[in-house]
Design a protein around this ligand. Structure first.
Ligand code: SF4
Ligand code: SF4
Length: 457
């Protein structure tokens, strides 16, 4: 049985059909028949070609364990970034670093987005027993002495940085990362100042509510960033409303996994004699969006600074390792996300806090172009949600995030990466099937305790 997600911001229900029936009638084949007719190139790609050179990566560049990338069927081009572009993000001015205490959840913690959000945030990690357990497992590994340290005094020789890059990716896959990329670290990819107490101390309920946040200058400058991603559980998203009791655990499960992978990889690199610092949910010194783009793991989306991967969408969480280990970085990717977001609006239609803009085009934001979505409204809603814990509705509904692995969906993703006209077609098919907004009860495995989600403020 499948029910449907109804947020107060959701549009009128449109025609929906059963996927199974559609596939049986052969209509899928007819729809896929449009593939041959789709020739429109991505506008972003057209713009990009004149600004940077596309390259064809060598076969086997990625790793021995995973010699080819899995883009879920998307048509992907590779880009060389420069002063005017980071991947497909256009740089239009000076991109300034910002303080960690100016990001959404830090504003919430300081009480700047209202008393309800502040009260909710100080208990967000501990209200649901499962996210509490996952957060507890991250809490011993967020200290500076864990994420960073001195390298061994003797550097081991690295005669071939390309071979070392493949090896580092193999290490990440061996440690159970779902995706990994290596980027040239952008100068603006760090916070200017970290905050003290750190985020993990607040979320874990380790510091009293209202504790002032101090700025601690963050001065690291490393040439490379390794980014590791772990997928959030697809079936759980299919069964969830996106803002019920499991929502926070969906994030914490991946934060825990990526935190462990990142600290082990950083320590391993230091054992080779090179500097390496892990950046994970409990202790970020790097800002993940530019790192992800630089490492060829996605593009910006309508949500603002959230980066979508061609196969996983943004149904994943990431950690990173900044390092001076000799590596060969990957290239940023272009799979037509901007064209798709321009015609889609599905996250904006369903966001319960109306944080995501319906504007057609991007605007100048801190020296680069992105959609004008409001991260403060999002943080306020997630922290103050007392119908569940946190929120991931935009992840659930995004056509790039919520797909089972099959030839049909891969074909759809290929269509979606082929420009605006093709994107409109895929968005129409996605809506017709009720993708993203359906609630598939058969996958619901977790327990709910609504009384635990309420809090005093
Ligand atoms: S996570 Fe934030 S932006 Fe996404 S749907 Fe929820 S409130 Fe909206
Ligand atoms: S739901 Fe649609 S508009 Fe929103 S990020 Fe995904 S593709 Fe873009």
């Amino acid at each position: 049985m499948a029910d449907s997600l109804k947020s107060k911001n959701a549009p009128e229900e449109k025609l929906q059909v059963s996927r199974r029936g559609f596939l049986k009638t052969g209509a899928a084949a007819a729809a896929i028949g449009v593939l041959g007719a789709i020739k429109a190139p991505s506008k972003v790609a057209e713009a990009a070609v004149s600004n940077y050179e596309y390259i064809t990566p060598k076969k086997g560049q990625w790793s021995k364990l995973k010699p080819e990338p899995n883009y879920g069927g998307a048509s992907v081009s590779y880009a060389e970034h420069n002063d005017q572009w980071l991947g497909t993000s256009k740089i239009v001015g000076t991109v300034k670093k910002f303080k960690e205490k100016d990001m959404g959840f830090a504003l919430v913690a300081q009480g700047l987005l209202g008393p309800k959000a502040q009260a909710g945030f100080y208990t967000i990690g501990i209200r649901h027993p499962l996210s509490d357990a996952l957060g507890w497992a991250i809490s011993p590994i967020f200290g500076e002495n864990i994420v960073d340290g001195q390298p061994k005094p003797e550097k081991l020789p690295i005669p071939d940085p390309e071979q070392m890059s493949m090896h580092i990716k193999d290490v990440a896959y061996y440690l159970r990362a779902d995706e990994v990329g290596i980027g040239k670290m952008p100068e603006y990819g760090y916070y200017s100042d970290k905050m003290n107490p750190p985020m993990m101390g607040i979320i874990g309920g380790m510091v009293p509510r209202g504790t002032p946040l101090q700025d601690v200058p963050f001065t690291e400058k490393m040439p490379y960033v390794i980014v590791v991603a772990v997928e959030q559980h697809l079936e759980t998203y299919l069964a969830s409303t996106g803002y019920d009791g499991i929502s926070d655990s969906q994030s914490f499960r991946c934060y825990h996994a990526t935190a462990n992978i990142s600290i082990i990889m950083a320590k391993y690199i230091r054992e080779l004699g090179y500097h390496a610092r892990a950046h994970h949910f409990g202790n970020y010194g790097a800002v993940m969006a530019p790192c992800l783009i630089a490492a060829g793991m996605g593009e910006l989306t309508r949500t603002g600074d959230c980066v979508a991967h061609p196969r996983m969408g943004f149904r994943n969480k990431v950690a990173a390792i900044t390092t001076d280990l000799p590596l060969v970085p990957d290239k940023p990717i272009d799979f037509g996300m901007a064209d798709f977001c321009r015609v889609c609006n599905k996250c904006a239609d369903n966001c319960p806090s109306q944080a995501i803009t319906h504007d057609r085009d991007m605007v100048d934001y801190n020296g680069y172009l992105r959609w004008n979505s409001d991260f403060k409204k999002c943080a306020q809603f997630r922290a103050g949600n007392d119908q569940g814990v946190s929120c991931g509705v935009c992840i659930k509904v995004c056509p790039w995030s919520s797909k089972e692995s099959s030839w049909f969906h891969e074909a759809g993703i290929w269509i979606g990466s082929k420009g605006e006209t093709a994107s409109s077609l895929l968005k129409g098919i996605d809506d017709m099937f009720g993708y993203g907004t359906e609630i598939v009860d058969k996958y619901k495995w977790w327990l709910e305790w609504p009384e635990l989600y309420k809090f005093e403020y």
